[in-house]
Design a protein around this ligand. Structure first.
Ligand SMILES: Nc1ncnc2c1ncn2[C@@H]1O[C@H](COP(=O)(O)OP(=O)(O)O)[C@@H](O)[C@H]1O
Ligand SMILES: [Mg+2]
Length: 407
């Protein structure tokens, strides 16, 4: 059965008002003797008669879009930081930093591969200008590592703040702590970074609630008032803010990042640059995995090749809506680590994909088995394409038969 025969079958046999899920499409395809995933991908390749109702849901007739849900009105912008609230000034001697161990120059990671927007990010950090930057992209594609390694290479100090829905002004700016039996004001990481003129990395900023609005002034490069002590802190030269997030603060429509919050527009406006980070391209991810394999003393380069091909196929299948999730670069590195312990390809993969829901996990394992049997699928499409994309990268093996990563 070819593409258009398959399409006609669906058009003829699906009532106009019926919406089919991907699973139903695949079951029907399979009953017609076409491999389910391939059938699904054939159907999804631009037939105007097929309407995508939402992710993984399709209509094969005249589908009329339901009226859109009313848009929620955004929460009012809280008052700015620079409001000189009357609070009892306390002696500055009791403003303590306790320790500054969260400020440091991160150490260089031998497995780090520079790619994508790294050089731009490095230039921003190198400039020492105040240039708040927002890096958005899917989880586990190296956003945090990129900032950390840029600081490591430039020997710049940084402070990393991990955001969660619980994060508030007390965590960021500072608050009173009981130290040696005395209540003292302890400066938070943001204030420390400002005073020190270092890089403030706000990790996963889209996990925050409106409580992070207390950073509005900080993002403008203005001095801030420690309301609780009356002290005004001005940013020292070199201070800059870099935020990472999975979304651009508009929530996630696919349900993949359910914890992602909607960030106030006025707050997002303070970021000068927004960098989009995709998953690394085939050749880059291959380098990353080879470097990781080297660090875990994994010599099975064939396995690495298969892992890169596998992640590539999964991401293409995801784009074609054939699976609901993707494997991240981080997960691939976990698989290599697991392999270094168990020395069993399938065991390592299974262990590391067990967090996915059953259907996705099965699909991932199924795709891997195909790749590891070195068989092309019957259309010769997906796997073949991936191999071709990787052809231009060489694996070098040294005199001991050990591979040498190409960097
Ligand atoms: N450029 C890279 N070079 C080497 N390893 C990388 C690179 N990018 C990602 N990784 C691997 O993926 C992991 C996840 O990266 P991370 O920066 O934490 O992702 P994100 O912040 O985008 O969620 C890293 O710990 C590392 O093992
Ligand atoms: Mg991160």
């Amino acid at each position: 059965m070819n593409k258009s025969e398959l399409k006609n079958y669906f058009l003829k046999n699906t009532p106009a008002e019926k919406v089919l899920t991907r699973k139903e499409v695949m079951t029907i395809t399979e009953s017609l003797g076409v491999k389910p995933r391939i059938g699904h991908m054939m159907l999804m390749s631009d037939f105007p008669e097929i309407t995508k109702v939402s992710r993984g849901k399709y209509s094969f007739g005249e589908y009329s879009t339901p009226a859109p849900a009313p848009v929620a009105t955004p929460a009012p912008t809280p008052e700015p930081v620079m409001n000189f609230e009357k609070s009892a000034p306390i002696s500055l001697r009791s403003v303590s930093s306790v320790s500054d161990d969260e400020i440091y120059v991160p150490s260089k990671d031998a497995t780090f591969i520079k790619w994508g927007e790294f050089s731009k990010l490095k230039k921003i950090i190198e400039s020492k200008l105040f240039f708040p930057t927002y890096i958005a992209g899917m989880s586990g594609n190296g956003k945090t590592m990129m900032v950390e390694q840029a600081c490591a290479i430039l020997k710049r100090e940084y402070v990393r703040v991990q955001i969660s829905p619980e994060t508030d002004e007390d965590d960021l700016i500072g608050g009173f702590r009981l130290i040696n039996g005395e209540t003292v004001f302890q400066k938070g990481p943001v204030v420390k970074a400002m005073e020190r003129g270092c890089i403030l990395m706000i990790d996963e900023i889209d996990r925050a609630t409106n409580k992070i609005m207390c950073l509005q002034g900080v993002l403008e490069g203005k001095p801030i008032l420690l309301k609780k002590t009356g002290q005004v802190i001005s940013p020292a030269a070199g201070f800059n803010v870099i935020a990472t997030a999975n979304t651009k603060g508009r929530g996630s429509d696919e349900g993949r990042y359910t914890a992602a919050s909607i960030i106030d527009d006025a707050f997002l406006e303070r970021f000068v640059a927004v960098v989009d980070q995709e998953y690394p391209p085939y050749a880059t991810e291959r380098k990353i995995l080879l470097a990781n394999a080297k660090s875990f003393d994994v010599k099975d380069t064939e396995f690495i090749e298969k892992l890169v091909a596998w992640s590539n196929v999964i991401r293409k299948t995801f784009e074609a809506e054939g699976v609901d999730d993707v494997v991240s670069t981080r997960r691939l590195c976990h698989i290599i680590k697991a392999f270094s312990i168990f020395e069993d390809r399938m065991a390592a993969i299974k262990m590391c994909v067990s967090r996915f829901e059953e259907e996705t996990r099965e699909a991932f394992l199924d795709l891997y088995t195909k790749i590891d049997e070195s068989t092309l699928d019957e259309n010769g499409e997906v796997v073949g394409e991936t191999n071709a994309a990787g052809d231009n990268v060489e694996v070098t093996v040294d005199e001991d038969g050990k591979f040498v990563a190409p960097f």
